[in-house]
Design a protein around this ligand. Structure first.
Ligand code: BTN
Length: 253
């Protein structure tokens, strides 16, 4: 792979013209013993998966559909931190290669002008309280010119933002390089440098949010993330709620 500066991530790259889901393939390879840093990329996915069991629109030629296998020797509770780390790597790569000032919506949606440019799906395989492996799936709309009608109002692409086609390979390289750099920083210094970077790129903190969770919804002020990578929301009665997983929206008030 010429031009890729990352040493560990992308040492092994599996490329597919068409696939069901790079996420499935990554699990399969991980179970077969694939090393830390294995990357799976497809031009098209027939069964792209999003968060919360949703489908992910992955047509040919227009996006980055990529899964990265990590094998961190870390306890389970640190998994959300790695998800946030991935969002920082991607948002920085977008800015550095295209100048588009994308923002992170907690935990790891990447938006421009409130429309979704990129989604990240982290899947975990763990034994008791240790991470066995982690798969970070990145889906980025790069050269999409037009979305299906149900996505038109909520999705955007780099091409729509920049006005001209955007090359995918330099962007993929930069994502992998940033991820490798941030991962090293994280292993050496822990979550706090990542937390600051995440907060600097986030559009959620300091805003009123509505959280849709499995068992109902909750409204409050997003006041920050804690050392574990959990979102902290202050409810109107003053109680602070820790939010591990939910869909959030900005409150209309
Ligand atoms: C989200 O719901 O926001 C997450 C979307 C993640 C999509 C990516 S595309 C590459 C990888 N393979 C999949 O099937 N899903 C992820």
């Amino acid at each position: 792979q010429t031009g890729l500066q990352a040493k560990e991530l992308g040492r092994e790259i599996h490329y597919f013209g068409a696939i069901d889901s790079t996420q499935h393939k990554a699990h399969e390879l991980a179970k077969g013993g694939a090393p830390h840093g294995t990357v799976i990329i497809a031009d098209q996915q027939a069964g792209g998966k999003g968060r919360m069991g949703r489908p992910w629109h992955s047509p040919a030629g227009t996006g980055i559909w990529m899964s990265i296998l990590l094998r961190p020797e870390l306890p389970l509770y640190r998994c959300p931190q790695l998800t946030l780390l991935a969002a920082v790597a991607v948002v920085q790569a977008i800015r550095e290669t295209t100048g588009v000032r994308a923002e992170i919506k907690w935990p790891n949606d990447i938006l421009v002008e409130q429309k979704k440019l990129c989604g990240i799906l982290t899947e975990l395989n763990a034994e008791t309280d240790q991470i066995n492996y982690l798969i970070i799936g990145i889906g980025m709309n790069v050269n999409t010119e037009d979305f299906p009608s149900e996505l038109r109002d909520i999705a955007t692409s780099l091409r729509i933002q920049v006005g001209t086609p955007v090359k995918r390979i330099p962007l993929i390289q930069r994502i992998l390089e940033n991820l490798e750099k941030l991962y090293k920083l994280y292993i050496e210094y822990g979550f706090s440098p990542i937390k600051s970077l995440w907060e600097a790129h986030a559009n959620t903190i300091g805003k009123r949010v509505v959280l849709r969770q499995l068992h109902g919804s909750l409204e409050g002020l997003a006041i920050g993330i804690n050392e574990e990578g959990t979102l902290l929301v202050r409810k109107d009665n003053g109680e602070i709620e820790k939010v591990y997983s939910a869909d959030i929206e900005n409150a209309s008030s």
